[in-house]
Design a protein around this ligand. Sequence first.
Ligand SMILES: [Cu+2]
Length: 155
Amino acid sequence: MKVHVYEKAFLSIGGGMLLVFLGALAFATLGAGIHLPDRAGSIDPQAVRTTPPFDDPGVREIAPGKYEVVMVAQAWSFDPAEVRIPAGSEVTFRITSPDVIHGIHVEHTTINVMVVPGQISEMRYTFREPREHLIICHEYCGIGHHYMYGKVIVE
Ligand SMILES: [Cu+2]
C-alpha cells in the first residue's frame, strides 16, 4: 500500500516538471521572443565578395525604422565592424563567412548565431534603448580570434 502512495507522488512530480518545462519553453518563445535563427540560404564561400548583397557589406535603411545589416565575418574581423542605428530600429542581420566557422553574439540582445561558410544566417532584433553593444565572435577561429569584435551603436 505504501509503495502505491510513493508511486503516485513520483508520477505527479514528473507531470509537474513537464508542465514547468513546457511553460518555460512557451515563455521563452512567445514571451521573450527567443527562437532559433533562420537559415536564410546558401552561398559559395569562395564567391562571397562578388555575390550580392555581400559584395557591398554595410547598414541600409530598407523602410522607415527598419534596417538591414549585411555582414561578412572573416578571420579576424567583422565587416562592417561598426553598426550605427537609431533607437527603436528593427534590424535584420544577414551574415556569412568566406573562410572558417565564426560566431556572432551581440551583447545584451538575443542575437547569437554561428556563421558557417556556405550558409547565410539571418536574425532580427529591435534595439529599443540607446547604448553600445559589443559584437564578439564566439567560435574559436584561429590565432586572431580574440581580436574579432565590433560594435552596435544605438543612438
Ligand atoms: Cu572567432
